[in-house]
Design a protein around this ligand. Structure first.
Ligand SMILES: NC(=O)c1ccc[n+]([C@@H]2O[C@H](COP(=O)([O-])OP(=O)(O)OC[C@H]3O[C@@H](n4cnc5c(N)ncnc54)[C@H](O)[C@@H]3O)[C@@H](O)[C@H]2O)c1
Length: 247
């Protein structure tokens, strides 16, 4: 159902973003792999090409408007339009609230929230000109749980939920769908750095489903929200968390 759709996926050199890029390409979308990790982005594109898919690597930093503008321009030059934007790039370092410096607070928001603002402002006019589009924002279940050591992260991801709703209202009448996913604990390479064996057990105890979620679990919901099966939805926040938070 993503056949011939053009999708920009941020943070697609690794983890959830990479799995999403591979899945979209498998479903015949044309994928723009955007990441600050140029080598990683090129690797994702190689994997897509090897599987017979079509993709473009764009080295860009969510903190750098000029590099994001160049990536959107390259996407338009190569594929002619943008149908979907998956706002996935993000960082999640842990730190006690009282030790978070202003520079660390600013960096978190610059990447996780303002970066999303920057790329969305650049891509949205192309969707509007084409008569519609789908934006999928990746927030976090920590927005609901508010775990310790993640105050600056949780604040940035709360902003993502709020921005999702505001954009859904502002652009709904112009056929722009904006939805949000709040992943639970997803077993990516980055996540492994932060998670102890004890936390692994806590996740499984807290979840209804007793398995560790993988990037593909989130990628599949991204595909649903970027494709026509979600045409009746906008402004929503979907938990992909194995039933950790029930509300
Ligand atoms: N893994 C989890 O458990 C989990 C849970 C909830 C939410 N999330 C969110 O999902 C998203 C992806 O998480 P992940 O675990 O796959 O992370 P990851 O670290 O595996 O991948 C993130 C990718 O984003 C890129 N990136 C980081 N900063 C960037 C920047 N400034 N500019 C461009 N690219 C940048 C990295 O290079 C990397 O390729 C993040 O927004 C994260 O907050 C993850």
């Amino acid at each position: 159902m993503l056949h011939n759709k053009v999708a920009i996926i941020t943070g697609a050199a690794a983890g959830i973003g990479e799995a999403t890029a591979l899945l979209f390409a498998e479903r015949r979308a044309k994928v723009v792999v955007l990441d600050r990790d140029a080598a990683g982005a090129a690797q994702s594109v190689q994997r897509i090409s090897a599987a017979g898919g079509e993709a473009l690597a764009c080295a860009a930093d969510m903190r750098d408007h000029a590099s994001l503008a160049a990536a959107v321009a390259a996407a338009i030059a190569r594929f002619g339009r943008i149908d979907a934007l998956i706002n996935n790039a993000g960082i999640y370092p842990r730190k006690p609230f009282l030790e978070v410096t202003e520079a660390e607070w600013d960096q978190m928001h610059d990447i996780n929230l303002k970066g999303l603002f920057r790329i969305t402002q650049l891509a949205l006019p192309h969707m509007l000109a084409a008569g519609g589009g789908k934006i999928v924002n990746i927030s976090s279940v920590t927005f609901f749980l508010g775990p310790p050591l993640m105050s600056h992260y949780v604040a940035s991801k709360g902003g993502v939920v709020g921005l999702t709703r505001a954009l859904a209202k502002e652009f709904g009448e112009r056929n722009i769908h904006v939805n949000c996913i709040t992943p639970g604990a997803i077993q990516t390479e980055s996540e492994k750095h932060f998670v102890s064996a004890e936390q692994e057990r806590d996740f499984l105890n807290g979840q209804c489903l007793k398995r560790r979620l993988q990037p593909i679990d989130v990628a599949r919901v991204c595909a649903f929200l970027a494709g026509p099966e979600s045409d009746g939805m906008t402004g929503q926040t979907l938990n992909v968390d194995a039933g950790w938070v029930l509300y």
